[in-house]
Design a protein around this ligand. Structure first.
Ligand code: C2E
Ligand code: CA
Ligand code: CA
Ligand code: CA
Length: 277
């Protein structure tokens, strides 16, 4: 017998929606969806490449329409950013992370949940307060939360230094996301207080292909090592990629090879099995 939750999870992950079927214009629909809280999270494991242990997850938002259709974030995050709705969405994501993971995090101080933070979240006042409020509600620690910020989100050097410094001093984990797709220089990154660097999937894809980008990943790894940053490789799909990354000294991986985004209860079940082994 296949558990209903699993079927729902798979349907959720693969459901594709025709945006044309939305009756309203998309920004209007999105705004209504925020009010009705039609958003859920899936969680993808982050894995220690040496031991295979799951050390954290990334929370990935999905818009689940009342009819059950699921819209993936690439379709609505840019829209939310353009329409001034992203700060509200991040709030909702934080709320959901609380309800999904609080009980687990209280018992697992070393485990981290990553949330994606948009540039506007940093610029909006009160972001630090809402993070701390969420943590208090969860009874979790600052080090349980990893904030994933893209290079694009750190374009303004003054704002970037101030906000990352502040969040870091408060004990939150900070990751630079989609690394390699922006234009950050080594000296710029050096001036920011970061914990993790997430190597963008486009570079992982190129490993072993002989394509010009396949040379780049080695440079990125060397650079991160020089900066003393821990690395998470995104989009690891094959054992050959994982082996290469491990040999190069990359500590963590995330990708379909280890696990697709899934409901948090499936994460917990895996971790319980892991602990029992
Ligand atoms: P991202 O931060 O780079 O997240 C990783 C994306 O890669 C996820 O797509 C994930 O499902 C996908 N992925 C993971 N492993 C593999 C793999 O092995 N192969 C392939 N082909 N893909 C893989 P997803 O869930 O569709 O999210 C897309 C983007 O939407 C994210 O990219 C992130 O930038 C944004 N996003 C997701 N959730 C949030 C959120 O709560 N807030 C904000 N602001 N942005 C979010
Ligand atoms: Ca991310
Ligand atoms: Ca990413
Ligand atoms: Ca990416």
């Amino acid at each position: 017998l296949v558990p209903v939750g699993l079927v729902a999870g798979i349907a959720l992950t693969f459901a594709i929606v025709s945006l044309a079927r939305l009756q309203m214009s998309l920004p209007v629909a999105l705004k209504a969806a925020l009010r009705r809280k039609e958003f859920i999270l899936e969680y993808q494991p982050i894995v220690d490449l040496r031991s295979g242990r799951w050390t954290g997850v990334e929370a990935l938002v999905r818009w689940r329409r009342p009819e059950g259709e699921v819209i993936l974030p690439d379709l609505f995050i840019p829209l939310a950013e353009q329409n001034g709705l992203i700060v509200k969405l991040t709030q909702l994501v934080l709320e959901r992370v609380c309800t999904d993971t609080a009980a687990f995090l209280r018992a697992h101080p070393d485990f981290h949940v990553g949330i994606n933070v948009a540039p506007a979240d940093f610029h909006a006042g009160g972001f630090l307060d809402s993070l701390q409020h969420a943590l208090r509600q969860m009874g979790a620690r600052e080090s349980n939360l990893m904030l994933e910020v893209t290079e694009r989100g750190l374009l303004d050097p003054v704002v970037a230094r101030e906000t990352t410094g502040l969040l870091r001093r408060h004990g939150f984990l900070l990751a630079i996301d989609d690394f390699g797709t922006g234009y950050s220089s080594l000296s710029y990154l050096e001036s920011l207080e970061l914990d993790y660097l997430k190597i963008d999937r486009s570079f992982i894809e190129a490993i072993g292909t002989g394509a010009p980008t396949s040379q780049v990943v080695g440079h990125i790894i060397g650079m991160a090592r020089d900066l003393g940053l821990r690395m998470i490789a995104e989009g690891v799909e094959s054992q050959a990629q994982a082996d290469y990354l491990r040999r190069q000294g990359v500590q963590y991986g995330q990708g379909w090879l280890f696990g697709r985004p899934m409901p948090f209860w499936e994460i917990v079940r895996h971790l319980e099995d892991q602990a029992a082994r």
